[in-house]
Design a protein around this ligand. Structure first.
Ligand code: SAH
Ligand code: SF4
Length: 372
């Protein structure tokens, strides 16, 4: 084995090639790992072995990978170190068994995941970034700003560790934790591919959902990927002024352009995206807002998810009365659009994503974790 191979990292879109010791295993998706092994003249079947040890058996060091030669284990440990997130905090809902996790990553950054059990199903909501640069008005994550992108493996590890904590197979995973997946497209797709990979988590592509605040370039790219990943778009208003207020980073991507992208996406894939709509009292729950939403959805293949906004100390908004949400349901259904109200989970354990990080950062005095 040569020791001068170059690593190609997939995290982010910067395309920087890090120095040989700089990239942990979690910065690699399968393709990047295969490429690295080829450069090192290591047989390709080693890739499957490493992935299975890391993402199926939860190995915490290369030493545990006993079917790899000792020399290779040492080489990997020094060149492509394996880091596993540490559990910083875990909260369990007494109401519905939802579990919320705060992980500390190898560089001290913290991120959140949520496990949502429902009978035989276990859905994991994972983070794609520490923090988020988008600054949505009601989102505790956005408020804290952006910290860094996560590597594909750091996403897959969250899902693996939550599954292990439940002692249950993860049936669904959604990129609805912290971060905007399309702001780090390559890493997020790499994460989904590891989750989908039979040598890693083996979750069906249709059971893997990527949620975006509406980055059009990402929607177009996803439409041309070979896997049938599911798309969710956080719409929150079909009126430009209101959407600009709630999702300020998308000001330059107008609603008509977003709709056109959705039409292209459904035309190309035949798959139904969901439109997330966080109902905020006095902001996007008026009859005018409802009319605009009905018009936006008319003739569009989509499913609207109404989510009564999750208020917290950092989120100065209230949810409208349930009757208002029901009026939205009735009108949308009348116009032929599929719609549901997302049931609230884990409301006793600070369910709005980002709250746990923020509370933890302030209570522990660690200013280095502003990803709330
Ligand atoms: N950045 C991506 C995915 C992470 S956010 C996106 O915006 O889609 C996941 C979902 O949680 C989004 O639909 C987001 O709008 C929603 N969300 C964030 N804060 C919320 C809150 N306080 N109440 C309800 N939904 C919220
Ligand atoms: Fe970022 Fe999504 Fe929160 Fe907006 S809602 S700030 S895009 S995580």
């Amino acid at each position: 084995m040569r020791s001068t191979g170059r690593l190609s990292k997939t995290s982010g879109e910067s395309g920087n090639t890090p120095a040989p010791n700089d990239a942990p295993l979690t910065a690699f998706d399968r393709t990047a790992l295969e490429r690295w092994l080829a450069t090192e003249e290591i047989p390709p079947y080693r890739c499957g072995q490493i992935l299975r040890w890391t993402y199926q058996r939860g190995a915490t060091s290369y030493e545990q990978m006993t079917d790899l030669p000792a020399a290779l284990r040492q080489e990997l440990a020094s060149r492509v170190p394996l880091h596993v997130p540490e559990l910083e905090e875990r909260l369990v809902s007494a109401l519905d068994g939802t579990r919320r996790y705060l992980w500390r990553l190898s560089d001290g950054v913290t991120v959140e995941s949520v496990g949502l059990p429902a009978g035989d199903r276990l859905t994991v909501c994972f983070s794609t970034q520490a923090g988020c640069a988008m600054g949505c008005a009601f989102c505790a994550t956005g408020e804290g700003g952006f910290v860094r992108d996560l590597g594909p493996g750091e996403m897959a590890q969250q899902v693996m560790l939550v599954g292990a904590d439940f002692g249950q197979r993860v049936t669904n995973a959604v990129a609805m934790g912290q971060g905007e997946p399309f702001a780090a497209y390559e890493a997020s797709l790499g994460g989904l591919r590891l989750m989908n990979d039979p040598d890693a988590l083996g979750i069906g592509a249709r059971h893997l959902t990527i949620s975006t605040c509406g980055i059009i370039g990402g929607i177009d790219r996803l439409a041309s990927e070979p896997e049938q990943f599911t798309l969710a778009v956080s719409l929150h208003s079909a009126r430009q002024a209101t959407r600009d207020r709630l999702v300020p980073a998308m000001r330059n991507q107008s609603l008509p352009r977003l709709r056109e992208a959705l039409v292209r996406y459904t035309g190309k894939t035949g798959r139904r995206p969901s439109l997330e709509y966080a109902l905020v009292a006095g902001v996007n729950d008026s009859p005018d807002e409802l009319d605009a939403l009905v018009e936006f959805c008319r003739g569009l293949l989509c499913h609207v998810n109404l989510i009564p906004v999750n208020p917290s100390t950092n989120v100065p908004f209230d949810r409208p009365p349930l009757d208002r949400a029901k009026e939205f349901v009735i009108e949308l259904q009348r116009s032929g659009t599929e719609v549901s109200i997302r049931s609230e989970r884990g409301s006793d354990i600070e369910a709005a994503c980002g709250q746990l990080t923020q509370r933890h950062a302030s209570s522990s005095g660690r200013g280095a974790a502003p990803s709330a």
